[in-house]
Design a protein around this ligand. Structure first.
Ligand code: ADE
Length: 225
């Protein structure tokens, strides 16, 4: 799977996408991530990428021309399934969307900054607008990293049996149950007996009950869905 990520601060993408599971997926050739500095498509001697909003108001807007030149340059090299713009007013990202996106081959992500990007780019070049939650980040980079991480780990072969995504929260419509590791007692706090019993079927039943209880208490909205 290939991601092309357009950003005015590509440095923000480096660490989250350069370690752990995503790093391994890249090393194994299961995932390609290309980060493009929008400024290389900037206009004039100062490589301008943003300008004041028409009609006035605070903040700057990423200009259409550098963005479209960048999008078209990328499109001339590969065919993209989707061009995604990360924005707080987009469709809410969740595990269902991550599953859906993990079936694609080539995704282009556009990270906004300042007050966002020129609406004409959204209207004519973007196919999907995605928000990672109802709060405003300083730019789309952290949202892009969250999306790439959540989608990247679903690519077959990225996770092994031990870390399988099948037992993740949300994957079966429930939050994940509690987990414990050694020692069996820590500062007088014991691990639930059932987990030490060796009865795999009963352990799975217990985990399911715990997952259900946790979901009922914390996220009744998912149970209703
Ligand atoms: N850019 C700024 N805030 C964002 C959010 N919540 N989701 C996606 N992109 C964003």
């Amino acid at each position: 799977m290939h991601f092309s990520i357009i950003s005015v601060v590509p440095e923000l993408l480096e660490s989250p996408l350069g370690h752990s599971v995503i790093r391994r997926a890249r090393d194994w050739g299961l995932l390609e991530i290309e980060c493009i500095d929008l400024r290389t498509f900037g206009l004039g001697a100062y490589r301008q990428v943003d300008d004041y909003p028409y009609g006035g108001g605070a903040g700057m807007v990423l200009m259409a021309e550098p963005l479209v030149n960048c999008i078209e340059a990328l499109k001339s090299k590969r065919s993209y399934d989707l061009v995604i713009y990360l924005t707080p007013d987009g469709e809410r990202f969740d595990q269902h969307m991550a599953n859906r996106l993990s079936l694609q081959h080539n995704l282009m992500l556009i990270c906004g900054h300042y007050k966002g990007i020129d609406q004409r780019v959204r209207d004519h070049w973007v196919n999907l607008e995605v928000s990672i939650g109802d709060y405003v980040l300083s730019g789309g980079e952290i949202a892009a990293c969250a999306l790439v991480d959540a989608v990247g780990r679903l690519i077959p072969g990225v996770l092994n049996d031990e870390t399988s995504a099948l037992s993740d929260s949300f994957q079966d419509g429930l939050l994940a149950p509690p987990v414990y590791t050694r020692p069996a007692e820590f500062q007088g706090l014991p691990v639930p007996d059932i987990l030490l019993s060796g009865h795999q079927v009963r352990i799975e039943d217990w985990r399911h009950e715990q997952a259900l209880q946790r979901t009922t208490e914390r996220r009744p909205d998912i149970l209703r869905d």
